[in-house]
Design a binder for this molecule. Structure first.
Ligand code: SAM
Length: 188
């Protein structure tokens, strides 16, 4: 049988697999190379909707190409703006959203997600989540600036009212070199 607990991005995919159904609305708050956007687009089907955000045009362009190649662009809206302004673009309630923090591995490593904008984006998504909606945050903190962001996000999520949100952390506690981990938040 296959290993389940390999890396954070795989854990995120397991959660997406369980949650996301045809017709649902999903958000990729950090498109990057579009790998997550592609997975979301496959699962919501032609009646579903995926909104993707990235501040880098190169991320939007390469993801557009990837989605076109897979015939999935029809249900996806790619937005070249910061995820802190999500609410200016989305009126629908959200079933599932994902943030992949850090830098684009194939791109400019100096362009990273930042605590302030990340928190605004997360707050905005949490507000727009449907009942039982899910937010996944994949946290990378090995790079410079990553630790500050990890601390800020954890501090913010720590304080969410447990009557309104269930917050879970899935971390690899016996691995070296700061492996990425995930926060999973479910709106009650
Ligand atoms: N999920 C992606 C993939 O599968 O390739 C990797 C995402 S990468 C770790 C993080 C991305 O967040 C970068 O492409 C970066 O441009 C983007 N980003 C940084 N700050 C942002 C912001 N404020 N709003 C939206 N995207 C942002």
């Amino acid at each position: 049988s296959k290993r389940l607990l390999t890396k954070a991005t795989d854990l995120a995919k397991h959660v997406i697999d369980i949650k996301l159904q045809k017709g649902m609305t999903a958000v990729d708050a950090t498109i990057g190379n579009g790998n997550d956007t592609l997975e979301l687009a496959k699962r919501v089907g032609s009646n579903g909707k995926v909104y993707g955000f990235d501040i880098q045009k190169v991320a939007i362009d390469s993801s557009k190409e990837l989605l076109e190649k897979n015939n999935l662009l029809d249900r996806v809206e790619l937005i070249c703006d910061s995820h802190e302004r999500i609410s200016e673009y989305i009126n629908d309630k959200i079933d599932l959203a994902i943030f992949n923090l850090g830098y684009l591995p194939s791109g400019d490593h100096s362009i990273i997600t930042k605590p302030n904008t990340t928190l605004k984006g997360i707050e905005s998504v949490l507000y727009s989540l449907k009942e039982n909606g899910i937010l996944i945050v994949v946290v990378y903190y090995g790079h410079s600036g990553g630790k500050e962001e990890k601390i800020a996000v954890e501090k913010y999520l720590n304080k969410l009212d447990q009557r309104k949100f269930t917050v879970m952390k899935m971390d690899f506690i016996n691995q070296i070199n700061n492996p990425p981990f995930i926060f999973c938040i479910e709106k009650i």
